[in-house]
Design a protein around this ligand. Sequence first.
Ligand code: UT7
Length: 317
Amino acid sequence: MSFKIVGTGSYLPPFTVTNDDLSKTIDTSDEWIKQRIGINERRISTDESTVEMGYKAAKAALEMSKTEAGEIDIIISASMTGDNLCPTTAGGIGQLLGIECPAFDINSACSGFMFALDTAAGFFARGKVKKALVVASERISKIIDWTDRNTCVIFGDGAGAAVLEKGDGYIASHLNTCGGDDVIKIPSGTNLSPYYTKECEKPKIFMDGQETFKFAVNTMTNDIKRLAEDAHISLGDIKYIVPHQANVRIIQYASKRLKIPMEKFFVNIQNYGNTSAASIAIALDELNRTKDLKDGDIIAMSAFGGGLSSGSCLVKW
Ligand code: UT7
């Protein structure tokens, strides 16, 4: 026994930063960003916290699933940009929803939503919960070096959420973490200890774009094949793929290698950029609201990111 997704929601802050806006402060261009990444614009929070954005996405998911907040047995939040180290983002969302239940955070960078869904599946398997809320919210703009054109053009803020209910809709998953901080790294930037002797690095994103790109194409391709094998289905049985929205060229390469047409990949990177853990959660909600998903449709989700981590799953609608 695992779960079925019965509602999705998302929230994007209203303030939009276009490529032309960025090209006023750094050496870049609308043309380069569109061609090399596929992004037209991204949303940036000017006054909303990670918890507040997560709460708005959660409310939308609860509304869609006609679930009262009080019915939720557990909240799991995926984020690497929580407002505080303590208390948790999940706890903050629970407080805004006016409920008390186990609520905790998971951090696996851009793969976080996949790790959170899989963790939720364990609670369902053990019969501990009947309804779960999984939220992914990122205010990644706070850890970006806005003078570094290698990273600041890529990311955006936002949140997505899903309400899960007991069911047989989680049919295969695969998670992995390679370890290492040479390809993607965000130091915590915190050290008040007078006893610690090493240098404290600034809390901003470092990313080796080309290494990440290769890792992304390989993991997305291998993971989706593996999920289909594990679930004893063919790739053609997958109705839609919701990939991590990091670079449209990564998705195009995966489409080519898997011989799955691009029309089956849901792409919204042009509007929001890479919202890290929230990326798949937001895309899943948009897919759910814009396409006519039917009971039994098989959806694949595939994420990769810092860690280096990867996470993928197949769900039956
Ligand atoms: O969720 C985390 C996962 N992250 C990712 O998946 C990121 C994966 N990587 C990528 O998406 C791409 O590698 C990037 C978008 C980060 C970079 O694109 P690229 O096509 O790999 O560019 P590059 O690093 O090979 O750089 C090519 C050229 C360089 O100029 P020269 O040396 O050829 O003269 C860069 O300096 O493009 C230049 N460049 C830029 N030019 C204009 C790099 N960034 C920019 C920029 N605007 N923003």
